[in-house]
Design a binder for this molecule. Structure first.
Ligand code: AR6
Length: 191
């Protein structure tokens, strides 16, 4: 008998809610918006380009200050700046791994992006955080395994830390949304 595929668009984890929406992350009203940046922190294409365009020059200026203070941002690390004109208090820039076949610590580095972003969010006191699908665009990480890493890491953090209250993945296209919904279904049914 064929097994039914169950997808999920939200999961309650203690006092936190993990939810999936399809849309544009720059249109979100949340405390912190996570950016899929690169180590230079000087902007780029994809979600990074959209965040800088809509947030305005204050974000790049703040990124320059971070560069001057601490240099390039390592893959798997995260740092916060102002959100400029976005409807958020902070942008948390993280650098995902470039996918290179899967044996170059990509899952570990991708998990680190979400863990570090949440650590930074908690330090700031953010209660709502929006994430894009880090690494699955220009950096070429296949979306199915990336979704599993992203969601299990964020869930694990919510279980361990009990915050932030809202963890929202904002997925830009239907294929990415569907992959996350399937991965969340597997996570939910695994208990
Ligand atoms: N809202 C939500 N998701 C978006 C948006 C948006 N406005 N725009 C794109 N996406 P990518 P990466 C999705 O390429 O793979 C940049 O040049 C996109 O469809 O933005 O981590 C940086 O500077 C995909 O599902 O990030 C780096 O050099 C996901 O966001 C490099 O790209 C991630 O795609 C980082 O590449």
């Amino acid at each position: 008998m064929a097994e039914a595929t169950s997808t999920l668009d939200a999961l309650e984890i203690g006092s936190s809610r993990l939810e999936l929406v399809r849309g544009d992350i720059t249109a979100q009203s949340v405390d912190a918006i996570v950016n899929a940046a690169n180590s230079s922190l000087m902007g780029g294409g994809g979600v990074d380009g959209a965040i800088h365009r809509k947030g305005g020059p204050a974000i790049l200026e703040a990124c320059r200050a971070v560069r001057a203070r601490q240099g390039r941002l390592a893959t798997g690390d995260a740092v916060a700046t102002t959100a400029g004109e976005l409807d958020a208090r902070w942008v948390i820039h993280t650098v995902g791994p470039v996918y290179n076949g899967g044996d170059a610590r990509e899952p570990e580095l991708l998990a680190s992006c979400y863990r570090r972003s949440l650590e930074v969010a908690r330090e700031l006191g953010a209660t709502s955080v929006a994430f894009p699908s880090v690494s699955t665009g220009i950096y070429g990480y296949p979306v199915e395994p990336a979704a599993a890493v992203a969601l299990s890491t964020v869930r694990e953090q919510a279980v361990l830390e009990g915050s932030p209250a809202l963890l929202r993945f904002v997925l830009f296209d239907q294929h990415t949304y569907d992959a996350y919904a399937a991965a969340l279904g597997r996570l939910g049914s695994a208990g």
